[in-house]
Design a protein around this ligand. Structure first.
Ligand SMILES: Nc1nc2c(c(=O)[nH]1)N[C@H]1C(S)=C(S)[C@@H](COP(=O)(O)O)O[C@H]1N2
Ligand SMILES: [Mo]
Length: 232
């Protein structure tokens, strides 16, 4: 492979070809068949009675990087603005986020492109904790995640306050990889993964619903994997 890369090195498309070989190899590691244990787990029921692997999904072994316009990865520059229908606006820096009660959570995540990752490990702060600190008004019905480069995603307030919804900064005990949203992303495990905004910059509580980046581009407004709410 290195010979091949060397031979093509004077030509841009050659380098691109070498790059795609690496990507292809990476793809192979992801598509390794699930273990027998995982196959069995897929058919088991969750504590809420739903089957563990939502319909139409297949298991992968490691978190994939699905792209998007990245934000500033430097935790020193991180600010999370909590605003909208709140009694007290917050401007949380990285140290303050780490000083809040931390939750370690193992959960499954489901991408609309039909992969599911079982048992992914996250650490972060419950969104419900931040909502309490800000004093969310009764008028709020929706949460809008705001992220780098204008990315947004909308969820129902009632679903955002679920105990498994986190403002996460560690994945598998490591800081989020840059392509997975470092330093901080939202994590909404029971909705398709596009609702889990990488490079998070704000949490806005809103009276009105406000379809976000993907929701205005043909994706479903709600995104429940068990009802295959994939597209509008
Ligand atoms: N800021 C931001 N967050 C984002 C996106 C994005 O483009 N920008 N893409 C979403 C989509 S479509 C998916 S599937 C997941 C992918 O997360 P991952 O790259 O960590 O797997 O991030 C979501 N969060
Ligand atoms: Mo996605």
């Amino acid at each position: 492979m290195f010979d091949r890369r060397g031979a093509f090195s004077r030509r841009r498309f050659g380098e691109l070809a070498a790059g795609s070989i690496l990507v292809a190899l990476g793809g192979c590691t992801y598509s390794v068949a699930p273990t027998a244990e995982q196959e069995a787990a897929a058919k088991s029921l969750r504590s809420d009675g739903r089957v563990r692997l939502p319909p139409g999904q297949s298991l992968i072994r490691a978190l994939r990087a699905m792209g998007g316009a990245p934000g500033d990865p430097n935790p020193a520059n991180f600010r999370l603005k909590v605003h909208g229908e709140v009694r007290k606006e917050l401007d949380i820096d990285f140290k303050e986020l780490l000083a809040m009660p931390q939750v370690d959570q193992v959960c499954d995540v489901h991408c609309v492109t039909k992969w599911t990752l079982f048992d992914s490990r996250w650490r972060g702060v419950r969104l419900s904790h931040i909502a309490d600190l800000a004093g969310v008004k009764d008028s709020a019905r929706h949460i809008i995640f705001e992220a780098a480069e204008g990315y947004t995603a909308n969820i129902l307030l009632s679903e955002g306050l679920a105990p498994n919804v986190l403002i996460a900064h560690l994945h598998n005990d490591e800081p989020l990889a840059e392509e997975n949203g470092t330093p901080v992303r939202s994590l909404v495990p029971d909705l398709y993964f596009w609702k889990s905004s990488k490079w998070l910059t704000g949490i806005r509580f809103s009276k009105e619903d406000e379809p976000g980046f993907w929701e205005t581009r043909g994706y479903n407004n709600h995104a429940d994997p068990w009802f295959e709410e994939r597209y509008a």
